[in-house]
Design a protein around this ligand. Structure first.
Ligand code: BG6
Ligand code: MG
Length: 222
């Protein structure tokens, strides 16, 4: 019996994964005059701000040519730019089907948690006007980034549940790995081929139907 759904934020509930990467592109172009390739985006998902920067720098052999202070400066600039890009986000930026799914889960008395690596998570949730749906928001500070299971385990342990009582929803390869490492049922959102390690993949949250949810919630996924 499922008791808890743990949602990733960026790219699942709203489009902020796009703004995260756009902000990095601009910061790296301004600093190094390099146009970072779209193929690097996946590597920056689910990991902390500084890890995202390090992965971008590594991809261009730039990680040793700048100081740690300079990395902090770039990460801070990126976050300022990112926040300005999403400053007008409101309920119109919630992906289709998300509210319907939240309402369904609430009706079934299923707990809802946010399991995002983003420190901006709580303020984004407030901006979207959906804070009231969440029973718990994981603070990613001091937790290992995805694909490590820490973030999903933190939500599960908060409610004293076991993995078979939890479902994770993710759009990133590392995020799905994180859910599976926590031994939970993984719903992938996006591309079937990319997320084939998920238990099931939907193109978007809007495609998740009630029949599927009913079977999932009542079923045994040990
Ligand atoms: C994750 C994103 O959700 O949050 C990553 O997928 C991002 O790309 C990470 O680096 C940290 O976000 P923030 O908002 O704390 O910089
Ligand atoms: Mg995501």
């Amino acid at each position: 019996m499922i008791k808890l759904f743990i949602f990733d934020l960026d790219g699942v509930i709203t489009s902020t994964s796009i703004e995260h990467f756009s902000a990095w592109k601009e910061i790296i172009k301004d600093r190094f005059n390099i146009y970072i390739n779209d193929s690097i985006e996946e590597k920056t998902k689910g990991v902390s701000r500084m890890q995202s920067l390090n992965r971008i720098l590594e991809s261009y052999d730039l990680e040793y040519i700048i100081s740690d202070n300079e990395k902090v400066r770039l990460a801070t600039l990126k976050n300022e730019l990112y926040k300005s890009m999403i400053s007008n986000f409101d309920e119109t930026n919630i992906y289709p089907g998300v509210i319907k799914l939240f309402e369904y889960l609430k009706k079934k008395n299923i707990l809802i948690a946010l399991g995002s690596a983003s420190k901006n998570g709580p303020s984004i949730i407030d901006g979207l006007g959906i804070r009231n749906y969440f029973d718990y928001i994981v603070d990613p500070t001091d937790l290992m980034s995805k694909p490590h299971p820490d973030i999903f385990n933190k939500a599960m342990n908060h409610f004293n549940l076991s993995p078979s009582e939890c479902v994770g929803i993710e759009d990133a390869i590392s995020g799905v790995t994180s859910i599976k490492s926590a031994k939970m049922y993984a719903i992938g959102i996006g591309n079937q081929e990319q997320l084939n390690h998920a238990d099931i993949v939907f193109k978007s949250i809007a495609e998740i139907d009630n029949k599927f949810l009913e079977n999932l919630i009542e079923g045994d996924h040990e």
